[in-house]
Design a protein around this ligand. Structure first.
Ligand SMILES: [Zn+2]
Length: 268
């Protein structure tokens, strides 16, 4: 009986250790953390939890954690200026969901924080998930409300947000011919800068999927940095393949803290 209890306790401890990797070494706080968010929204009442939706309560808790522990919030264009500073965090949002305005914006203001929004230009009624996998044709993404240009102008003029490029239509780059790729990646910068009368210096690869050829396109255009969805702490030596820390809607607060400290999501 006692032995069974020991075995169960050990198994639980092993599972916990694999999931949260609490034993994994911390990454120096001299390295900037780039956080990746998509939506700040409550989870659907039915069905599976979405990793893309961090609840407003959890987002506020995370902002408070950064603020109370002496982290400095920066935008992606300020990355180089803070290369050697301690506890620097860049909050980023991908795609351009309406809740970035209704939910995230007031909370960022409340905590004196700022963020970079990687905006898809053709974002309305565009279910880009099918471009990566035709089986994803659920229509769920197209139904999610997106930001209007007026929302974005208000976010930019407040000084809280800056824009980053995330292509025009969110294509799946491995299937996209070179000329179209160049157009999607370089022209999105020009369109954003003209539409919103702003400077765009950072890029995010759609779906986080990219090749050496794509890195070269971004590098030889006038972008200064590019972010991926590869999990980890950003390495300043590879400014066009910056890793990010995923803020997942499936994570509890403990998992979030571990990810920030270690840049690592655990093994399971
Ligand atoms: Zn995206």
């Amino acid at each position: 009986m006692l032995i069974t209890l020991f075995i169960i306790t050990d198994l639980l401890l092993i599972l916990f250790s694999l999931k949260y990797a609490w034993w994994y070494p911390k990454v120096s706080f001299n390295k900037t953390r780039i956080m990746m968010y998509h939506m700040i929204s409550n989870q659907p009442k039915k069905g599976k939890k979405s990793g893309l939706k961090v609840t407003p309560e959890m987002f506020e808790k995370q902002l408070r954690y950064f603020k109370d522990n002496g982290w400095k919030f920066i935008k992606m264009s300020e990355l180089k200026d803070h290369e050697n500073d301690t506890k620097v965090v860049a909050i980023t949002f991908d795609d351009g969901y309406l809740d970035n305005y209704t939910q995230a914006f007031p909370l960022l203001k409340k905590y004196d924080a700022c963020a970079t929004l990687y905006l898809v230009i053709d974002r309305h009624q565009n279910d880009w998930s099918i471009k990566k996998n035709p089986k994803h044709n659920t229509g769920v993404l197209a139904e999610e409300e997106k930001l209007s240009d007026d929302n974005i102008k208000e976010m930019l003029y407040s000084g809280v947000f800056e824009l980053g490029g995330h292509t025009i239509t969110h294509p799946y780059l491995p299937n996209t011919p070179l000329d179209d790729k160049k157009h999607e990646m370089i022209e999105c910068k020009n369109i954003l800068e003209t539409t919103f009368n702003t400077k765009v210096s950072s890029f995010a690869y759609p779906f986080g999927i990219y090749s050496d050829e794509d890195v070269k396109i971004v590098e030889t255009s006038s972008f200064e940095s590019a972010v991926t969805t590869n999990e980890g702490v950003a390495n300043a030596d590879t400014p066009f393949e910056l890793k990010r820390i995923k803020a997942s809607g499936k994570d509890n607060f403990y998992a979030f803290k571990l990810r920030v400290q270690k840049g690592f999501r655990g093994f399971i």
